[in-house]
Design a protein around this ligand. Structure first.
Ligand SMILES: CC(C)(COP(=O)(O)OP(=O)(O)OC[C@H]1O[C@@H](n2cnc3c(N)ncnc32)[C@H](O)[C@@H]1OP(=O)(O)O)[C@@H](O)C(=O)NCCC(=O)NCCS
Length: 140
């Protein structure tokens, strides 16, 4: 859970998993498994969840890979595949919220087409915010 406030308890992790499944039922590009084709192993997730920021509900894109599968370009590849589905099924802004020192994540989000919006405090710490217009949403 690097770049997350803390590791989750088993119960919290289980609840988080159930929440991701529920979001996936409502949003076709909700956080879902990244499966390594060569092994069939689930190596992480990518996709959106809801977040409230500045009194507005956003879809926030996030990704996370197990440590041994980082550095292989999987986050970009999987996110691009899921973004194609997002472009077909949704029109609106999507947000990415990234710790300023998380350079790998910012590289991925820029490769996905996100552009820097601003720095702001999100639930406490300062974060770099990026946005992406999905579907027919106008660019800001
Ligand atoms: C962020 C994460 C999903 C990136 O996925 P990935 O498939 O491993 O991405 P890569 O390792 O190919 O890195 C993407 C880019 O960042 C670069 N990079 C990787 N680690 C870096 C580091 N520590 N410092 C600077 N650049 C780094 C890579 O060289 C690559 O550069 P490129 O775009 O020029 O090819 C993955 O590192 C991860 O799961 N991290 C922990 C969870 C996390 O931080 N999630 C995001 C929270 S906002």
């Amino acid at each position: 859970m690097v770049f997350y406030p803390r590791a989750l308890t088993d119960k919290e992790a289980s609840d988080r998993f159930d929440h991701m499944v529920a979001v996936c039922r409502a949003v076709p590009f909700g956080k879902q498994p990244v499966v390594e084709l060569s092994s069939g192993v689930v190596v992480g997730y990518t996709g959106v969840d809801y977040i409230c920021f500045e009194d507005q509900t956003w879809l926030e894109w996030g990704y996370r890979l197990v440590p041994e599968r980082r550095g292989l370009g999987y986050a970009t590849e999987a996110s691009q595949a899921l973004l194609a589905k997002a472009h077909q099924t949704y029109a609106g802004e999507v947000l990415a919220i990234i710790a300023p020192n998380n350079l790998a994540s910012q590289n991925v989000c820029r490769k996905l087409g996100f552009t820097f919006w601003k720095q702001a405090r999100v639930q406490g710490p300062v974060r770099n915010l990026y946005t992406l217009a999905v579907g027919n949403a106008p660019q800001v």
